[in-house]
Design a protein around this ligand. Structure first.
Ligand SMILES: *[C@@H]1O[C@H](CO)[C@@H](O)[C@H](O)[C@H]1NC(C)=O
Ligand SMILES: *[C@@H]1O[C@H](CO)[C@@H](O)[C@H](O)[C@H]1NC(C)=O
Ligand SMILES: *[C@@H]1O[C@H](CO)[C@@H](O)[C@H](O)[C@H]1NC(C)=O
Ligand SMILES: *[C@@H]1O[C@H](CO)[C@@H](O)[C@H](O)[C@H]1NC(C)=O
Length: 514
């Protein structure tokens, strides 16, 4: 009976059974918090006699008919059921009764994540009198608080002690001048509302530290998978990988870009062959994945990396968007697609698109941006160079994409990378290189302060760089080190991102022989 009514809501009044729907004022917005990995049930608060079926939306897209794997059960009472919640599910879900769109309830879904900790180094040996730094990085939602133990006992450094200090909310423990009694196991503990994680960083203070350290490094690092480089040349990765050229011509590979997934797999694309290659680093095997032959329609293909099946094709035709670059944040699951600028002569349409990876649907333009988006490693900051600004957006823990600030940017930016802040946990610096000049820009996302480091020589000109992508890359050494590397046309610069003035320059062989 309900179904028949839903199909013809107009007939309701004809039989004089009036639908009356109510939603208590205090339930118009309902905030739910779920821990990652669990399931979530959102129940629509709209009640009433002869209530038509409940329709759910996320970012304006109706979920009921999408046949999603993780959001597929709408229950007898119209509840929304999310199996195995992840951070991409955070955000707003709205419900209304079919045909009665003016009465809407909004559910704000917050997803909590227990802390995951990494310490660095796991072991170190130092001689008496030098300084020692122990690093601890924790991610979680909400932000974890960090504390330290030494040999199982609370470590409470006195304020303004030069000997022992906690820096950046405890993400660095700095011992100014180590003594023998500083030898010990230092436990970093990260705690938030939904969990605790801990790990140990050991310090040995001894006279023959160099010898000990060499032993430790040899034992720990050896020739492990994480220490290998892969280079994709026109001769392939291994000999069979590329098609044989004409008769005597050597085979030739064309590579586009590659991603490393958890130090286990490298996926690399071969645009002229419409395929991806999967390099299994542990098994040292290469498998090919055929991609759909390009159709005449610009689209993004979503491929399941386990089964290699195409899950979805997101058409970009309605937006006249030929994708040029793409960035992703796991918070709320946004893709930022930069489109090629096809309409140079007209007033340019907005050309950075926002896509929701839960529904695989284009939400619309991302503000009025057109540059390439860069996402910080923790997924919280999205930075887009735009004219003379760096536009900084953040994703809140409620899944809301917000304009955070804009930083002044005097450069034509070639490439950009992130470094963890040296003064505050869960904050970042951005470092950007210039496409044509000799400058490197440092921007502090927590304070908005920008500094430009000059005289890093000129990069190769974009015309002399035939491989696509940035002509001057800048690469940060990751979570625990403070170095940056950027090439110029004849040198390679290694910089200390912390004390920006300490520059070491490694010359290329060409310059060295002069
Ligand atoms: C880190 O410390 C700063 C002040 O030094 C404070 O404003 C911020 O909230 C702290 N962050 C965390 C995650 O505790
Ligand atoms: C594109 O626009 C047409 C016409 O407005 C519409 O019917 C179609 O559903 C749209 N396709 C997508 C993928 O949004
Ligand atoms: C984008 O919008 C902002 C304000 O919403 C405006 O200040 C800016 O000039 C716009 N940029 C472009 C390129 O239209
Ligand atoms: C989600 O809903 C809340 C409450 O109505 C609102 O403040 C917030 O801006 C919404 N977020 C998004 C992403 O629409």
């Amino acid at each position: 009976m309900n179904l028949a009514l839903c199909a013809h809501p107009g007939k309701l009044q004809a039989v004089s059974e009036v639908v009356q729907l109510t939603l208590p004022e205090e339930q118009r917005v309902s905030v739910s918090t779920v821990t990652v990995g669990l399931s979530a049930v959102l129940t629509c608060g709209i009640q009433g006699t002869l209530r038509p079926p409940i329709i759910w939306r996320r970012n304006g897209i109706v979920l009921n008919f999408l046949d999603l794997e993780d959001i597929n059960d709408f229950g007898d009472d119209g509840s929304l059921y999310i199996t195995k919640v992840t951070t991409i599910h955070m955000g707003n879900y709205s419900c209304h009764a079919y045909g009665y769109e003016q009465l809407v309830q909004t559910h704000v879904l917050q997803v909590n994540v227990p802390p995951v900790i990494l310490v660095y180094p796991e072991t170190q040996a130092q001689e008496p009198g030098v300084s020692a730094s122990l690093h601890c990085h924790a991610e979680g939602i909400p932000d974890p608080k960090l504390t330290w133990l030494k040999n199982g006992l609370d470590l409470q450094p006195p304020r303004s002690s030069k000997q022992l200090s906690l820096i950046a909310n405890g993400s660095e423990l700095l011992i100014g001048s180590v003594r023998y009694e500083d030898t010990g196991a230092y436990t970093c503990i990260a705690k938030n509302e939904v969990g605790v994680d801990e790990d140990i960083s050991s310090l040995f203070v001894e006279d023959s530290a160099k010898k000990t350290l060499a032993n430790i490094l040899w034992r720990e690092e050896g020739l492990s998978v994480g220490n290998m480089f892969y280079v994709f040349s026109d001769e392939g990765i291994t000999e069979e990988m590329c098609p044989q050229g004409e008769a005597s011509q050597p085979q030739s590979c064309v590579w586009s870009s590659a991603v490393n997934v958890r130090e286990k797999y490298i996926y690399v694309s071969q645009p002229t062959l419409s395929r991806l290659l999967l390099v299994d680093l542990q098994a040292q095997k290469v498998v090919q994945i055929r991609l759909p032959v390009p159709e005449n329609e610009p689209a993004v293909h979503k491929i399941d990396l386990e089964t290699f099946h195409r899950v979805k094709t997101i058409s970009l035709k309605n937006y006249s968007c030929v994708p040029q670059s793409m960035a992703y944040t796991h918070l709320s699951g946004f893709y930022f697609i930069q489109c090629q600028n096809q309409h140079k002569t007209f007033a340019k349409p907005p050309s950075q698109l926002l896509v929701d990876s839960v529904t695989d649907t284009v939400i619309g333009p991302n503000l009025n941006l057109s540059g390439r988006a860069f996402v910080s490693p923790d997924g919280r900051f999205i930075v887009t160079p735009e004219n003379s600004k760096l536009i900084v957006q953040t994703v809140s823990f409620q899944g809301e994409l917000m304009l955070n600030q804009d930083l002044d940017n005097p450069l034509a930016i070639s490439d950009l990378d992130f470094q963890p802040s040296f003064t505050e946990s869960n904050q970042h610096l951005v470092v950007a290189s210039s496409r044509s000049g000799t400058d490197l820009l440092f921007g502090d996302l927590s304070t908005g302060k920008v500094e430009v480091l000059k005289s890093l020589k000129h990069p190769l000109s974009p015309e002399d760089w035939p491989w696509g992508g940035p002509n001057r890359v800048v690469v940060s050494s990751g979570l625990f080190e403070q170095y940056l590397v950027t090439p110029s046309s004849e040198s390679l610069f290694v910089l200390n991102g912390n004390k920006e003035r300490r520059i070491a320059k490694f010359r290329t062989s060409e310059e060295a022989t002069q």
